[in-house]
Design a protein around this ligand. Structure first.
Ligand code: T3D
Length: 263
């Protein structure tokens, strides 16, 4: 597929997916949804991608749905937004959550509406100091979608989730980090280098263990402690037979850096 709204590259185990409509703050139109579906489809089974970085071109990460596409309906014949969610945003979020490799959201600028919640669906959210998060939905008469009503209370608690969703105010990256909404806020000048460094580190990490860590933490929400202890036992049993575990222990004993093959 010839991409017009995204850029996708793979290098040294790092997949980099850039939302690329900077003049519209990387807001998502139908074409971008199609291209995202295409790019993400092959990732799950691509052993060449050990970490994925999702970022935006220009001064924004993503401003959510392209509202220009929502003015086309003639009066009285509004677009069925439920259909848009079912066809586009719901599968996008579920696909991101199901990816086996760590997914880094490199939030280079404002992340608004679905753009904010796409970032929150990623495993590690790094934001530049000048970036911000906006649950813009209530400002235009909508509820947070793309998992916003699920992620927000889990990440920051009900009080802050309600404040963010009801008021739709910009939350600066530094505060987002202090609240635990995101992993880290980084000075603008250091941002690109820090993202590359983290991605490189994860691309050389024991891939299977990272995959199982994601799985265990995601599944824990529906488990009792006892069930989760069983999950940990079973995963540890599997990983104990992996090549990366053997290499990790051998490297520790030999006091050298491990070289993980990712299996
Ligand atoms: O519809 C469905 O399918 C249902 C699903 C919905 C999911 C959603 O995401 S709904 C929420 C949609 N997003 C928003 O409501 C956010 C709208 N944008 C903003 O609130 C602000 O632009 C920002 C807070 C993101 C940034 O503000 P600022 O002051 O830095 O930039 P700006 O001047 O507002 O925007 C710059 C340009 O980008 C501007 O165009 P212009 O004047 O230079 O020609 C602006 O219109 C355009 N732009 C920004 N966001 C969008 C957009 N164009 C289309 N769609 C956008 N979402």
């Amino acid at each position: 597929m010839n991409y017009q709204t995204i850029v996708y590259t793979v290098s040294d185990g790092v997949g980099r997916l850039t939302l690329n409509r900077p003049e519209r703050l990387n807001s998502i139109n139908a074409r971008m949804h199609e291209e995202l579906r295409h790019a993400l489809a092959g990732l799950e089974s691509d052993p060449g991608v050990r970490v994925l970085v999702l970022t935006g071109a220009g001064r924004a990460f993503c401003a959510g749905q392209d509202l220009g596409e929502r003015t086309v309906a003639p009066a009285g014949a509004a677009v069925d937004l439920g259909e848009s969610i079912e066809r586009n945003y719901k599968p996008l979020i579920l696909t991101l959550r199901r990816l086996p490799m760590p997914v880094i959201a490199a939030v280079n600028g404002v992340a608004a509406g679905a753009g904010a919640n796409i970032a929150l669906a990623c495993d590690l959210v790094l934001a530049a100091h000048s970036a911000s998060f906006v649950q813009a939905f209530a400002r235009i008469g909508l509820v947070p979608d793309s998992g916003g009503t699920w992620f927000l209370p889990r990440l920051v608690g009900t009080a802050r989730a309600l404040g963010l969703a009801l008021l739709g105010e910009k939350l600066p990256a530094i505060e987002a980090a202090e609240w635990g909404l995101i992993w880290r806020c980084i000075d603008d000048d250091d941002f690109a280098a820090e993202v590359d460094s983290l991605a490189g580190r994860l691309a050389e990490a024991p891939t299977l263990a990272l995959r199982r860590i994601k799985q265990a933490i995601a599944d824990s929400w529906g488990h009792t402690l006892e069930q989760q202890l069983d999950v940990e036992r079973d995963l540890q049993r599997e990983l104990g037979f992996s090549a990366d575990y053997a290499e990790g222990v051998a490297a520790f004993i030999a006091k050298r850096e491990p070289r993980f093959a990712g299996r």
